[in-house]
Design a protein around this ligand. Structure first.
Ligand code: PLP
Length: 368
């Protein structure tokens, strides 16, 4: 049995809700769990309106489409992130423009945004990477100055806080994912949050083939089928009831790793998962950077962990080095962070013994 990187914790509450959905016959995209999940998740994040979708990637695409991002536009995306944010910009026909990461907390560096803005720029997509919020006040200030939309990609940061406010309430539209390894899950699933009623209405329309509310099968524009099912929402409602406990557990796991690796961090061999003074990190995946003085390379350490029955992950590749987006622009912080970063097992089912096993493999890899 491998110690997994992050597994969902599903219990009788999820089973009861799914059973209720099946028994009711409402297994498609109408039903009481959809509205319940939307309303409760919006409330949890401190936003007004929620539009549930079938995954997090289409949530981002729905947001950009509702904001009328089109071919010829540019959208600012972090160079270091999961590829979805860049892909959805391409889906609209617009061009993603990459910006480097902040060295201390790995998200979009607000100071480097302005130099990437052109007359074509329409929006910024900050990603709250590995559970750490982006510096939203700084990003929103740049956006205001240049009249840009901000779309949060909060797929990895449910419940994370920025200056005391939950992510998801800090931008024009915020997008979440409920994929199986995320902080809460619906199997596959996503959500757009906004406090703008018109945008919420627009996203509802586009989610449902852009079919006229009062004229069945009449379509004024091209929409999508991006709906979530009532069965997924049934799981989501049960998961949302447990989110506070999950976040407490994530912090506990983070503290086990931070304490266990403090000595290596002091010797400059490892950099621990950051938490800025203005942030409350959700620690989706507890992550560390392997410094060059650490005797073993990052990839060798991943191999060593695997040989000991421990699943870990390398950081995302910087998007601008991969074939669809290949560019000669260099983003040194994103590249360095990507090269050195590793995600450690962080599932809410992880126990102290598992964490100790992970720690002992890491400690054994360095000279004493
Ligand atoms: C998981 C993830 C997504 C995509 O979500 P899916 O539900 O898998 O489509 C988007 N952005 C980030 C940062 C993610 O981690």
């Amino acid at each position: 049995m491998m110690i997994p990187i992050a597994e969902p914790l599903l219990g009788k509450e999820e089973l009861e809700n799914v059973t209720a959905a099946v028994r009711s016959g409402w297994i498609s995209s109408a039903g009481k769990f959809i509205t319940e999940f939307e309303e409760e998740f919006a409330g949890y994040c401190g936003s007004k309106y929620a539009v549930a979708t079938c995954n997090g990637t289409v949530a981002l695409h729905l947001a950009l489409t509702a904001l009328e991002i089109v071919a010829g536009d540019e959208v600012i995306v972090p160079a270091l992130s999961f590829i979805a944010a860049a892909n959805v910009v391409r889906y609209t026909g617009a061009t993603p423009v990459f910006v480097d990461s902040h060295p201390d907390y790995w998200c979009l560096d607000p100071e480097k945004i302005e130099e990437a803005i052109t007359p074509r720029t329409k929006a910024i997509i900050p990603v709250h990477l590995y559970g750490h919020p982006s510096d939203m006040d700084e990003i929103v200030a740049v956006a205001r100055k240049h009249q840009l939309y901000v779309v949060e990609d909060a797929a990895e940061a449910h419940g994370a806080e920025y200056k005391g406010k939950r992510v998801g309430s800090l931008s024009t539209i915020a997008c979440f994912s409920f994929y199986g390894n995320k902080i809460i899950t619906t199997g596959e699933g996503g959500m757009c949050l906004t406090s703008d009623e018109k945008l919420a209405e627009r996203m509802r329309l586009l989610r449902d083939h852009a079919m006229c509310r009062d004229k069945k099968y009449w379509h004024e524009t091209i929409g999508f089928n991006y709906r979530m099912t009532n069965m997924q929402a049934a799981v989501g409602v049960a998961q949302l009831g447990k989110i506070d406990g999950f976040l407490v557990k994530k912090r506990q796991i983070a503290s086990w790793y931070a304490e266990g690796l403090a000595g290596l961090a002091e010797r400059g061999l490892i950099k621990l998962h950051p938490e800025m003074s203005w942030a409350r990190c959700a620690y989706w995946l507890y992550s560390v950077l392997i410094e060059d003085d650490f005797r073993m390379s990052r990839d060798a350490l991943i191999g060593r962990l695997k040989a000991n029955g421990i699943d870990s992950r390398p950081f995302f590749y910087p998007i601008h080095i991969m074939p669809p987006y290949k560019s000669d622009n260099r983003f040194p912080i994103a590249e360095e962070t990507s090269r050195r970063g590793i995600n450690l097992p962080s599932g809410v089912g992880l126990n102290r013994d598992d964490a100790e096993k992970v720690l002992s493999v890491i400690r054994a890899a360095i000279p004493t």
